[in-house]
Design a binder for this molecule. Structure first.
Ligand code: URP
Ligand code: ZN
Ligand code: ZN
Length: 460
């Protein structure tokens, strides 16, 4: 099957030109001007931008958490991702306490296989640093799970002490793996939560007030020091606060292999959302929490200056009706997480490119190319080049998109950006050469997505 995309304006992290793209058997075969070739299907892309498919390296589909399970599974979540211009996700498999990494990996493969509509890989959450688990890390790398996530937060669930984190960092350095860290000081947060509840402070906003930015800054600095000592590459996930960004900037300025992602919610939403009437603040209960508005400009600046390299979503949706409500009388029982996978590309285009903060190239770099490079997927994914997978987004810069729970494709009963209009509209999305989104229609299928065996870490 050959597909010709005619006359689009191709944008990669480095290029920006008009050309035709010939796709053969799911890969980009030829790029050139006015190509004189036969194809089974011709797509007219004149007037449209053609981006590499987005790569969201932080999703939680079908994840048991906070006494419930995230409401998107691999079928609904990857379909929503596709509508949002994302053609690859890297989700988090979990090593449950008392179980092996292999069991966690196989459990998440089973959740995704036959369901995912786009290609997918896994990071592995390490929730214990026992010798058996540390030994097993290399087996994960052999199977394409080349990054691990650990937590300085959520004591009793995922948190591992500093010695355990350090041991895992040393192991990662030996086997060429990337360590991803959720950096908040969980022990101190637990004290603040206990004290707030004792004062009768139970509303959603206390989730944010008991997780101050200083505790993200402290934990970020701490894990950077541990990674430096262990000589392991480090990736800070869902960075939300200027305090944490300062630690990342200092590390990068001294030449360390330290990288960080932020997420749209920290760029567009703020602490004020917790003060919405009634229980609505629960929509935004996530960790780290939304920050006071002044942090946003620092994060945008971080993206501009390459102090932040990636925008991912931390997509972890819970319905208001029967999930967030678990914390009606106690903010600490509200499941942590929010939806984002469908809006990421549109929000960053709107707030980045259309607002003049980011070039088109930088937009592609932080939404596709750097995620691919940092997580062992480049150049199969993350660019438009001969030989790369034909994962493409045809984007109309003159269009616009209105966000609402009534029209989004995520399986969740609210949208944190309800009513927001973003400039630009996704017209078509291709995954390995197949049109999977065509205007309002889904033309993909459950099970089309393939497991991606990722390469070990290589400095980008
Ligand atoms: O609130 C969040 N972020 N939920 C998902 C789990 C995590 O820590 O990434
Ligand atoms: Zn996290
Ligand atoms: Zn997460």
């Amino acid at each position: 099957m050959k597909t010709l995309i005619r006359g689009g304006h191709i944008v990669t992290a480095t290029d920006d030109y008009q050309a035709d793209i010939l796709i053969d058997e799911g890969r980009i075969a030829v790029i050139g001007q006015a190509l004189a070739v036969q194809a089974d299907q011709v797509i007219d892309a004149r007037g449209l931008l053609v981006f590499p498919g987005g790569i969201d390296v932080h999703t939680h589909f079908d994840m048991p958490f906070g006494g419930t399970t995230s409401s998107d599974d691999f079928a609904s979540g990857t379909k929503a991702a596709a509508f949002g211009g994302t053609t690859t996700i890297v989700d988090f498999a979990i090593q449950s306490r008392g179980r092996s990494l292999q069991e966690g990996f196989e459990a998440w493969l089973a959740k995704a296989e036959g369901k995912a509509a786009i290609d997918y890989g896994f990071h592995m959450i390490v929730s214990e640093a026992r010798p058996e688990i540390l030994n097993e890390m290399s087996r994960m790398v052999d199977q394409g799970v080349t990054s691990f996530k650990m937590f300085t937060a959520y004591p009793g669930v995922f948190m591992v002490d500093d010695g355990g984190i350090f041991r895992a960092f040393q192991r990662a350095a030996e086997i060429g793996a990337m360590m991803a860290m959720h950096a908040e000081n969980g022990s101190v947060i637990d004290v603040l939560v206990e004290q707030a509840l004792a004062r009768g402070e139970t509303a959603p906003k206390y989730h944010a007030l008991t997780r101050p930015p200083q505790l993200e800054g402290e934990a970020t600095h701490r894990v950077i020091v541990l990674a430096e000592l262990a000589q392991a590459p480090l990736y800070i996930v869902h960075l939300s606060a200027a305090d944490a960004l300062d630690a990342v900037i200092a590390a990068r300025d001294s030449g360390l292999d330290v990288y960080a992602e932020t997420c749209p919610q920290y760029l567009f939403l703020s602490y004020e959302n917790y003060e919405e009437p009634g229980f609505d603040g629960a929509k935004y209960v996530m960790s780290p929490p939304l920050r006071p508005r002044e942090h946003q400009a620092r994060l945008w600046r971080g993206l501009q200056s390459n102090d932040l390299q990636v925008v991912a979503t931390d997509h972890c949706p819970f319905c208001m009706k029967d999930q967030k409500i678990l914390g009606k009388d106690n903010f600490a029982k509200i499941p942590n997480g929010a939806p984002g996978v469908e809006m990421r590309m549109s929000l960053i285009y709107d707030g980045g490119v259309a607002s003049g903060r980011l070039s088109l190239n930088r937009f592609v770099e932080i939404t596709a190319t750097m995620p691919a490079k940092l997580f062992g997927l480049f150049p199969q994914k993350g660019t438009i080049a001969v030989g790369s997978d034909a994962d493409l987004v045809l984007f109309d810069p003159e269009g616009q998109t209105t966000w609402s729970a009534a029209t989004h494709h995520m399986r969740v009963d609210y949208n944190p950006y309800e009513g927001r209009v973003t400039r630009g509209a996704i017209r078509q999305v291709l995954s390995r050469g197949e049109v999977i989104v065509d205007g309002p229609d889904f033309r993909g299928r459950e099970g089309w997505g393939q497991y991606l065996k990722r390469r070990p870490f290589r400095r980008p």
